[in-house]
Design a protein around this ligand. Structure first.
Ligand SMILES: [Zn+2]
Length: 295
C-alpha cells in the first residue's frame, strides 16, 4: 500500500500552481508584482495544504510509535507479519496504523470492537496491499463486526451460513468468531479477513469479476484462462486438493478463495498449482513464502 502517493502530490501541485498563476495574473493587473507573487504563492500553498490534508494527517499520525499491544497481536496472530524483515515490519505497521485511523469499524449495536479484532482486520488489508506499492486502500464503506455467523436477513445464525460479506455500495461485514478462526488457528487456508478484503480489492474497479484492478494487460488473458479452467475443474470435483469447492461458485469467489490460499498456504499452492501461484505472485508482487525478498 502506498501511504503518500506521489501521483496525488503531483496532481495537487499542478492544480494549486494553476490557481496560483491565475491569481497572479489577476492581482498583478492592479497591484505590484511582489504583492501579486506573495498572494498567489499564499493561495497555492493553502490549496496544496487543503488537497493534501489526508496525507498531512497520515504524516502526523506516523510520528506516534506503533502501540506495543498491537505489535503483540501481529506477532501472535499474523503469520505474514512474522515472516517480514524488521524494516518491512515497520512498513506493515504503518499500513495498519493508517488503516485503523481512516476506516470505521464497529459492532452491530454500534459498540466498539475489541482491539485484537480491529488489528487483524487491518492486517488483512495490509497483507493484500503489501507488495502493491502504488495501491492506496479505498476508504471503505463501514466495517461491521457480527459476533458470529449470520443469515441473508443479517440475523445471527450460529450455523455460520454467512461468515462475511461485502456489498458493492454498502458495508463490509465480518463474523468475529470466523475472523478468530482464520487468525487464531494455524494455517487452515481459511481466512475470512483475507477473503472479504479480496472482494473489496476485486470491486475497486467497479466489477466483482475476479479480475482485480491494475492487472496488467499481458496478465489478463492467462488470468481469465486459468480462472475459467480451475473453476470448471472444481465444478467437476477436481482440483480440490488446495482450493475449496466454494471457489467454483463464480469468478469473484474464486479470486477471494485463491487469495486466502495464496497467503495462508503458499507452499502448498506453489507445489500443487504453480501456474495459479505465479499469476497471483505476479499480481500481488510478493512471494508469501518469503515476503521480504523480491518475488
Ligand atoms: Zn466471498
Amino acid at each position: 500500500m502506498t501511504i503518500f502517493p506521489r501521483h496525488k502530490w503531483i496532481e495537487h501541485s499542478v492544480v494549486a500552481g494553476g490557481f496560483g498563476f491565475l491569481v497572479f495574473a489577476l492581482v498583478s493587473r492592479t497591484r505590484s508584482i511582489p504583492l501579486a507573487a506573495g498572494v498567489s504563492l499564499g493561495v497555492a500553498v493553502m490549496l496544496i495544504a487543503l488537497f493534501q490534508e489526508k496525507y498531512i494527517r497520515r504524516f502526523l499520525l506516523l510520528k506516534h510509535p506503533f502501540p506495543e499491544s498491537w505489535r503483540r497481536i501481529l506477532v501472535d496472530r499474523v503469520r505474514f507479519y512474522r515472516l517480514l524483515s524488521p524494516e518491512d515490519r515497520i512498513r506493515f505497521e504503518q499500513d495498519v496504523m493508517v488503516f485503523l485511523s481512516e476506516q470505521r469499524i464497529y459492532g452491530i449495536r454500534g459498540q466498539a470492537v475489541a482491539e485484537d479484532i480491529r488489528v487483524v482486520i487491518a492486517a488483512s488489508a495490509a497483507t493484500l496491499g503489501f507488495g502493491i506499492e502504488s495501491w492506496e486502500w479505498p476508504t471503505m464503506r463501514d466495517i461491521l463486526v457480527y459476533p458470529t455467523g449470520f443469515d441473508e436477513d443479517y440475523s445471527i445464525d450460529r450455523s455460520h451460513h454467512l461468515t462475511g460479506i461485502v456489498h458493492q455500495q454498502g458495508p463490509v461485514i465480518f463474523s468475529e468468531e470466523d475472523l478468530k478462526m482464520g487468525y487464531y488457528a494455524s494455517q487452515t487456508g481459511y481466512n475470512v479477513g483475507l477473503h472479504e478484503m479480496a472482494h473489496v480489492l476485486d470491486m475497486a474497479d467497479g466489477a466483482a469479476d475476479g479480475i482485480p484492478p491494475g492487472l496488467s494487460w499481458m496478465a489478463t488473458a492467462p488470468w481469465i484462462r486459468v480462472m475459467a479452467d480451475r473453476m470448471q475443474k472444481l465444478r467437476k470435483g477436481e482440483c480440490r486438493k488446495v482450493l475449496r469447492e466454494y471457489a467454483g461458485v463464480n469468478e469473484a469467489e474464486f479470486f477471494a478463495v485463491a487469495v486466502e490460499v495464496f497467503f495462508e498456504k503458499p507452499h502448498i499452492l506453489a507445489e500443487s498449482d504453480p501456474e495459479l501461484f505465479n499469476l497471483m505472485r505476479g499480481y500481488f508482487r510478493i512471494d508469501p513464502r518469503a515476503p521480504s525478498r523480491s518475488p
